[in-house]
Design a protein around this ligand. Structure first.
Ligand SMILES: [Fe+2]
Ligand SMILES: [Fe+2]
Length: 271
């Protein structure tokens, strides 16, 4: 299978680069499955039903979230009628929505999509390692699903790397999100799981992790906030990871994708 994962979409600039580029990439690379992290899609904070529907129409098979999952209150309601919208699975019991989804792609493949949140320098959550065990055990790779995509939404590189190794051989892809800055460690782990500590964001990189730089600079230098965070403007970059898997859902090839905006462009050579 050919899988594309796109990192946190931040605000209007991020949405626009995804809507502009994804339909073409889906066709050009003959993608079987696309997953988009949409936790910052609505003005940098959360997601609305209209934006979720836009991502699906542009070619996403599933949309994952993170600590900003419910910043837009409407998500608490519409997530129940959005079967391809996945919030962190280790939220407290009773949280609306689902933490994992077995989605059927346009080509008929069954893909398990799981969203999990880390705990280091994050809000307290249930144990992500025990949580992913439950999800992966319920849908074994190659038996119940043709591919398993794990979006690990976490702050520290160490917790993310540990999580990749924990899942190695049981997931097709463990991708880090939340820090919005792409790392250079994409690779296939020994057990056949593709891994990247952070996939980066889809948004404007002339800011502070996708936000206009003025307010973050004020808060860092003066310790007094004076306005809201607003998404950065300027040219948008699409940031993602391309993964090719075998018939058993193990990763064969992995390459970063960065298109447009301020970052150096990269694309997989194997498609
Ligand atoms: Fe984010
Ligand atoms: Fe986040």
């Amino acid at each position: 299978m050919r899988i594309l994962f796109l990192g946190d979409v931040v605000g209007r600039v991020g949405r626009q680069v995804v809507l502009d580029e994804l339909p073409g990439l889906r066709a050009q690379w003959a993608l079987d499955c696309v997953v988009v992290n949409g936790e910052n899609a609505a003005g940098g904070f959360g997601i609305t039903e209209a934006i979720y529907e836009e991502f699906l129409a542009a070619g996403a098979d599933a949309v994952t979230l993170g600590n900003h999952a419910f910043d837009q209150r409407e998500a608490l309601v519409f997530i129940e009628r959005a079967p391809r919208l996945v919030r962190p699975t280790n939220y407290p019991a009773g949280t609306p929505g689902r933490g994992a989804a077995l989605v059927e792609t346009q080509s008929g493949a069954r893909v398990l999509v799981v969203n999990v949140m880390g705990r280091t320098f994050m809000d307290p959550m249930d144990d992500p390692f025990a949580a992913i065990d439950r999800e992966l055990d319920a849908a074994p790779l190659g038996l119940v699903c043709d591919a398993a995509i794990v979006d690990f939404h976490a702050e520290t590189t160490s917790e993310k790397q540990a999580f990749g190794h924990w899942c190695d051989g049981r997931a097709s892809l463990v991708i880090g999100t939340h820090t919005h800055v792409p790392t250079a460690d994409h690779r296939v782990l020994p057990g056949g799981t593709a891994y990247m500590t952070d996939v980066g964001m889809c948004g404007a990189y002339d800011g502070v992790i996708g936000m206009d730089k003025e307010e973050p600079l004020r808060r860092f230098t003066r310790k007094i906030g004076s306005s809201r965070f607003e998404p950065a403007t300027g040219p948008g970059t699409l940031s993602g990871l391309a993964v090719e898997t075998d018939a058993n859902g193990r990763a064969l090839k992995v390459a970063p994708v960065r298109l447009g905006g301020l970052l150096e462009p990269v694309a997989p050579s194997f498609w």
